[in-house]
Design a protein around this ligand. Sequence first.
Ligand SMILES: Nc1nc2c(ncn2[C@@H]2O[C@H](COP(=O)(O)OP(=O)(O)O)[C@@H](O)[C@H]2O)c(=O)[nH]1
Ligand SMILES: Nc1ncnc2c1ncn2[C@@H]1O[C@H](COP(=O)(O)OP(=O)(O)O)[C@@H](O)[C@H]1O
Length: 226
Amino acid sequence: MVVRVLFRAVIMGPPGSGKGTISDRIRKSFELKHLSSGDILRANIKAKTEIGLLMKSCIDQGQLVPDDIMTRLILAELRNLGQNSWLLDGFPRTVRQAEALDDVYNIDTVVNLNVPFETIKERLTSRWVHLSSGRVYNTTFNPPKIPGLDDITGEPLIQRNDDTPETVTKRLKAYEMQTQPVLEYYRSKGVLEVFSGTETNKIWPHVHTFLSGKLASGNHQVTGTV
Ligand SMILES: Nc1nc2c(ncn2[C@@H]2O[C@H](COP(=O)(O)OP(=O)(O)O)[C@@H](O)[C@H]2O)c(=O)[nH]1
Ligand SMILES: Nc1ncnc2c1ncn2[C@@H]1O[C@H](COP(=O)(O)OP(=O)(O)O)[C@@H](O)[C@H]1O
C-alpha cells in the first residue's frame, strides 16, 4: 500500500517579480509539476486555437483574460495532472478565480514574491523567452549562452508583445486592482507566505528553506491510498 501525499502550491507576485525563474528552481528541487497560465495562453496563441485568437489582443494590451475562460482552461489542465503535486504560476489572478480554484482543490501554500515595481520595470524590457518551454532569460541577469538562442534547444528566443514599457504599466495597474486582493484572500485563510526583496538569488534560498520545511512536515493534504 502506497500513501500518496499531494502538495498543491500557488506562486504569486507582480509581473516580472521572478515567478517563472523561481518556479523553475522549485520544479528542479522538489517533485512538483509547474503550470504557468501565461505559458498556456501563449501556446494557444502560437497554435492559433480559438481561445488563443480570441485572447491575443486582450493579452497584448495588458488586460486580464475573463475569469470564466481562464478558470475553465486552468481547471482542465489541472485535471490532466491527476495525482501529481503541482505549483500554479499566474493563476489565480482575481478573487473569483481563487474561489473557483478553492471549490475543487485544497491549496496548501501560497508563495508571494513581494518585489518593488521600480525593480520590475527594467527587468521586463530586457526579458527574452523560449516560447515552447517557457524558459526565461534576461540580457543582464541570466543571458543565454548564445545571444538570441535557447540554451537547451538552440531555438530562437522572442520578446513578448506585452513586455513594452507602456503595456508593463497597464499590467502593473491590473495587478494592483485585481490581483492584490487575492493576497488578502489567502492571508485570511492562513496559507500566505511573503518573500520580499529585489534579487531572485537572495529570495530563492528563503523560498527553498520554507518549502523544504513544508514538504518535510507532511503538514499538507493526504489524499488516501493508491
Ligand atoms: N536583473 C534581474 N533580473 C531578474 C532577476 N530575477 C529574474 N530576473 C529576470 O526578470 C525577468 C522577469 O522574471 P520572470 O521569472 O519571467 O518573472 P514573472 O513575470 O514573475 O514570471 C526575466 O527576464 C528574468 O530573467 C533578478 O534578480 N535580477
Ligand atoms: N489567471 C489569469 N487571469 C487572467 N489573465 C491572465 C491570467 N494569467 C495570465 N493572464 C494573461 O496573460 C498575460 C501574461 O501572463 P504571465 O505570463 O503570467 O505574465 P507575468 O508573469 O509577466 O505577469 C497577463 O497579462 C494576462 O493578460
